[in-house]
Ligand binder design. Structure first.
Ligand SMILES: NC(=O)C1=CN([C@@H]2O[C@H](COP(=O)(O)OP(=O)(O)OC[C@H]3O[C@@H](n4cnc5c(N)ncnc54)[C@H](O)[C@@H]3O)[C@@H](O)[C@H]2O)[C@@H](O)CC1
Ligand SMILES: [K+]
Length: 465
């Protein structure tokens, strides 16, 4: 689960209302962190505590680490914690630790300066303390958030923050753990459940969320059961894109595939004999299980005419690349848009930097506003539902930053949305396609150097995960 600072405050408030005392919650959270800190016996630890509750957590960690036999120093540049629970924990911890007036060398540094209550930018003394932490060669363990990193969005982030080796994220992930500008500051993220009730708009997808049942084939199944899809794309200079998408759809298991491409692209038909071919202006008058439009398409009058036809079918429609325009935001059936940040910038009229700094909120608002499914691609691809809730893919696949990757994903989406046997089930075709795509990319990069992996290699690895 992923939480905003406001959602965490709300969960906190609910717990207090229900009778959980604030100092017990703090003890519980920080003890859970302390139990996970693997300090060598008798090592020296410097805990840097701020004046908020993140600092309060720091005092508890300091005390517990001392009780476990470490030589603990606390540096509190802004004095005692302001909250009564933080103050109480600090008063008790003082019996076990050494207070220092300046930061000092230690085997480990615990960063408890700022947590989710931080509001940027960092100035003055805080800036100096963060600079000092950045200069240490000792491992830095951050409590909740690396200090200086905003928790929800990075529009004002100037890069001056603690670079943690490990961050112990309380309650759940923060959005900034998945933003390009801030994610690298977290180091390894360890989740610490502190027993608050979980209610969030965003989920985290890992390999265990991939539904391997999608790879199974019913020995009595007919090809129609796996769907008849239509893929529309290609233009004079972009002939390869629809073929990549089509091949990916077939490798993902689609039952039947019609490919509507410009006549000049038909010379490539022999490279994919499994598909059936149509001219881009002569779409057969059929209702498909699902349709994908866009790979290699250019935005012109012809694409507008095509849009008129496909958007009227009350079946799933996937829109990518050349078909991603502000005129194509409504259709009869479920609509999935698959922009990368540049395309999403054009759709929303914002800059790429703005989108990257606040992608969760902007993607969620856009999906809700238009009532569509949205896949906002990136290192951590977001998969958003029409109600604005969503999930983030955490399977890393650096090889996907190459031309053709998006076309492959579109083909996989088409195949999964066309699965008439699964479409009514709970598992979202969009989430599954993004996971499968990333797993295939990982499989391809196990077979050759990642720098050499092509989109076609990812397609060939779809069945090798
Ligand atoms: N529900 C939870 O998740 C729990 C959270 N706790 C801790 O409480 C933290 C949140 O505590 P708070 O809301 O008190 O906030 P923080 O401790 O994160 O930060 C607030 C403090 O930082 C100062 N500050 C903020 N921005 C600054 C800036 N730019 N320059 C200088 N000073 C700045 C504020 O004046 C205040 O003293 C969490 O991150 C977590 O560590 C735990 O103690 C207990 C349970
Ligand atoms: K911190």
């Amino acid at each position: 689960m992923i939480y905003t600072a406001a959602e965490i405050k709300q969960a906190d408030a609910t717990a207090f209302r229900q009778g959980m005392p604030a100092d017990v919650l703090m003890e519980r959270a920080a003890s859970a962190v302390a139990a996970r800190l693997t300090f060598r016996p008798r090592s020296s630890v410097l805990v840097i505590c701020g004046a908020g509750n993140n600092g309060g957590d720091g005092w508890v960690v300091a005390r517990e680490s001392a009780q476990r036999g470490c030589d603990v120093f606390v540096y509190a540049p802004f004095g005692e914690p302001k909250s009564s629970e933080g103050e109480r924990h600090a008063a008790y911890a003082r019996r076990f630790v050494t207070i220092v007036e300046e930061p000092r060398d230690a085997d480990y540094v615990v960063d408890a300066l700022f947590g989710v209550g931080f509001r940027g930018p960092v100035t003055g003394k805080a800036r100096d303390v963060i600079t000092w932490m950045r200069e240490q060669s000792a491992p830095v363990m951050a409590i909740d958030v690396p200090s200086g990193v905003p928790s929800d969005e990075a529009s004002e982030f100037d890069g001056h923050a603690v670079k943690a080796d490990t961050t112990f994220s309380l309650h759940g992930y923060k959005r900034s753990a998945f933003l390009t500008q801030t994610a690298p500051y977290y180091g390894t993220v360890e989740m610490v459940d502190i027993g608050l009730s979980h209610k969030s708009e965003w989920r985290v997808l890992t390999e265990s969320d991939f539904d391997r049942g999608l790879l199974e084939r019913d020995p009595y199944g007919h090809k129609n059961r796996y769907g008849h899809g239509c893929l529309i794309g290609g233009s004079r200079h972009l002939i390869g894109a629809p073929f990549l998408a089509a091949r990916a759809a077939l490798r993902t298991g689609i039952g039947l595939l019609d490919l509507a491409i410009p006549s000049e692209a038909h010379i490539m038909a022999s490279s994919l004999p499994e598909a059936m071919y149509y001219g881009i202006d002569e779409l057969p008058d059929k209702t498909y299980a699902a349709t994908a439009i866009g790979p290699g398409l250019v935005d012109d009058e012809r694409s507008d005419r095509l849009w008129q036809t496909v958007s009227r079918q009350s079946k799933p429609l996937i829109v990518d690349a050349g078909a991603l325009t502000t005129e194509h935001l409504a259709a009869e059936g479920p609509l999935t848009l698959t922009p990368h940040p540049g395309e999403f910038a054009r759709l929303t009229g914002r800059s790429v930097a703005e989108i990257e700094a606040d992608r969760f909120r902007i993607a969620s608002d856009f999906a809700r506003q238009h009532g569509i499914h949205l896949i906002l691609k990136g290192t951590h691809t977001l998969i958003v539902k029409p109600d604005g809730t969503g999930a983030v893919n955490t399977i890393q696949a650096a090889v996907l930053s190459k031309g053709g990757s998006g076309d492959v994903l579109t083909g996989m989406l088409l195949a999964l949305w066309a699965r008439t046997d699964r479409i009514d089930t709970e598992s979202s075709p969009n989430e599954q396609a993004v996971l499968w795509h990333a797993l295939a990319a990982q499989a391809a990069s196990r077979q050759m150097h990642p720098a050499s992996v092509l989109a076609t290699d990812v397609i060939e690895a779809i069945g090798r995960i």
